[in-house]
Design a protein around this ligand. Structure first.
Ligand code: NAI
Ligand code: MG
Length: 396
């Protein structure tokens, strides 16, 4: 092992639902590759809410801040009406506000960049791109109102004077949501996108927006984008319409390299990217900021499948690969990604891929592939074979 690699601490938060199963299936890959990691397990999510009225207990925050990276399984969130009813009696009636733990992580650690690589799982390398979504402002800034607040009335009256009436329905029967963009918020996400392109060998950054409709905010964002782009002369910066990008992402995914967008556009395009790579069973995401980084599969807790040992663990493995890259193990990250791709093309498949193998069997097969790849190339480090999968992988 190289001397400059010190031991790393990973905070592991399996969460609930299929989060627990995919984590159990994927986590042994760290030990199988003999990575010098210490794992700290913590609680998060719905069970914590039901127990103590808090989805992220203080102890968990401490573990997150003590560790080099956090790995998350999945977390169930429920509608507001149910959150109060499921609190223990002594915590009811105190106006406790349920805030999704995922949102708490992003806000408290100021994780402004949500990064979702889209990899061709067929092994043919037909496309390779990444969607980088701004995580802290934009249309999801939280300025979302179930009625029209008084403060907005003068603006609506001004709009009406220009010939666009609104108040046929009155303040109580209309809603308003605001897209907040700040210079510093935009600058840091664009810088992140260009740095990512430079580090990963991409030649273009596409900023996705809606400049002909959201004219003023888009013009502002454009100026900031162009200012950042100037500092990266080797990388082309282009601006495209969100609707056109959605079309092309499906029809010609090879057109894209680094795609960067505000919160809502990025949210939608990153799920579209998950579809392009073969579904929720495969898509990982990393969330980055100055105060930390966490990694998770894009999918949620899929309550209908929880406890059945049938969910696809591939996305969890891909999230681990992102974490390995972040922590300075790009070689091991490539083994994991290649192993997921190989097993997805083998006969060892979960139900979503038309197979009938269990979460654990697919996990073992992926780990087995990783270990064989590492053994073929490694001369420095003994590779453990105690995790070699019992499941035989046969190419289709
Ligand atoms: P979901 O991603 O949990 O499931 C949607 C559907 O996708 C499932 O019914 C299943 O058919 C399929 N699916 C998802 N992951 C799969 C896997 N690994 N293997 C095979 N099939 C898979 O999204 P849904 O149903 O909208 O949300 C369920 C719960 O998860 C909710 O409480 C939601 O709030 C939460 N959620 C949590 C997220 C997180 O932890 N970051 C992200 C998205 C949803
Ligand atoms: Mg989403």
């Amino acid at each position: 092992m190289s001397d400059f690699h010190t031991r790393k601490r990973i905070c592991v938060l399996p969460g609930d639902g299929i989060g627990i199963e995919v984590m159990n299936a994927a986590l042994p890959v760290l030990q199988a590759l003999n990575l010098p990691f210490d794992l700290e397990f913590g609680d998060i999510g719905w069970e914590c809410w039901k127990r103590e009225g808090n989805t992220v207990p203080d102890e968990t925050w401490k573990k997150i801040s003590d560790c080099d990276a956090t790995l998350l399984g999945a977390i169930t969130s429920k509608p507001l009406a149910e959150t109060e009813a499921e609190l223990p009696p002594h915590l009811q009636g105190q106006n406790r506000r349920y805030v999704s733990p995922v949102i708490q992580l992003r806000q408290n650690l100021d994780l402004y960049a949500n990064v979702r690589p889209v990899t061709d799982m067929t092994g043919e390398n037909r496309f390779r791109f990444v969607v980088i979504r701004e995580n802290t402002e934009g249309l999801y800034a939280g300025l979302d109102f179930g009625r029209i607040p008084d403060a907005f009335l003068p603006l609506l009256e001004e709009r009406e004077a220009l010939g666009a009436p609104w108040h046929r329905d009155g303040q109580e029967d209309a809603t308003i949501s605001v897209r907040l963009q700040t210079r510093s918020g935009l600058e840091r996400i664009f810088e992140y996108a260009f740095e990512y392109a430079a580090n990963q060998g991409f030649e273009r950054v596409t900023f996705v927006d809606k400049p002909m409709v959201l004219r003023h905010s888009s013009a502002f964002a454009r100026r900031v984008f162009e200012g950042v782009a100037q500092r990266y002369p080797g990388i082309e910066g282009v601006i495209e319409n969100v609707d056109a990008v959605a079309l092309w992402m499906v029809q010609r995914p090879e057109r894209f390299s680094v795609v960067v967008a505000e919160n809502m556009f990025g949210d939608i395009l990153s799920d579209l990217g998950a579809g392009v790579m073969g579904g929720l069973g495969f898509a990982p995401s990393g969330n980055f900021g100055k105060l930390g980084a966490y990694f998770e599969p894009v999918h949620g807790s899929a309550p209908a499948h929880a406890g059945l040992n049938k969910a696809n663990p591939s996305a969890m493995f891909m999230a681990i690969a992102l974490m390995l890259e972040h922590l300075g193990y790009p070689q091991e990250a490539r083994y994991v990604t290649a192993a997921v791709s190989r097993v997805s093309r083998s006969t060892v498949r979960t139900y979503d891929m038309g197979g009938s193998h269990t979460t654990a069997q697919v996990g073992e097969a992926i780990i087995g592939e990783c270990v064989s790849m590492a053994a073929l190339t490694s001369t420095e480090r003994p590779i453990s074979n105690s995790h070699l999968g019992a499941t035989h992988v046969e190419a289709l």
